[in-house]
Write a protein that binds this ligand. Structure first.
Ligand SMILES: [Zn+2]
Length: 65
């Protein structure tokens, strides 16, 4: 699972560099990030579902969780 920046579509394998990217590249403050995190996480889940749905379209989803 990757984290994709909603602003520039850059992908990150881990959450920490993802947030660091948002802070440094998109001028989000730590406070913004914390505030955004709650909204963003629900958005992120939806958004990952969409992206994953696109990524696997035609393929079986790997259910090994
Ligand atoms: Zn970005």
């Amino acid at each position: 699972m990757t984290f994709r920046c909603p602003y520039c579509k850059e992908e990150f394998l881990k959450r920490t560099p993802f947030w660091a990217h948002l802070k440094s590249q998109h001028q989000l403050t730590a406070k913004d990030v914390l505030n955004e995190l709650q909204n963003f996480q629900s958005n992120l889940s939806r958004w990952l579902e969409e992206n994953e749905a696109k990524a696997i379209s035609g393929d079986e989803l790997n259910n090994n969780q």
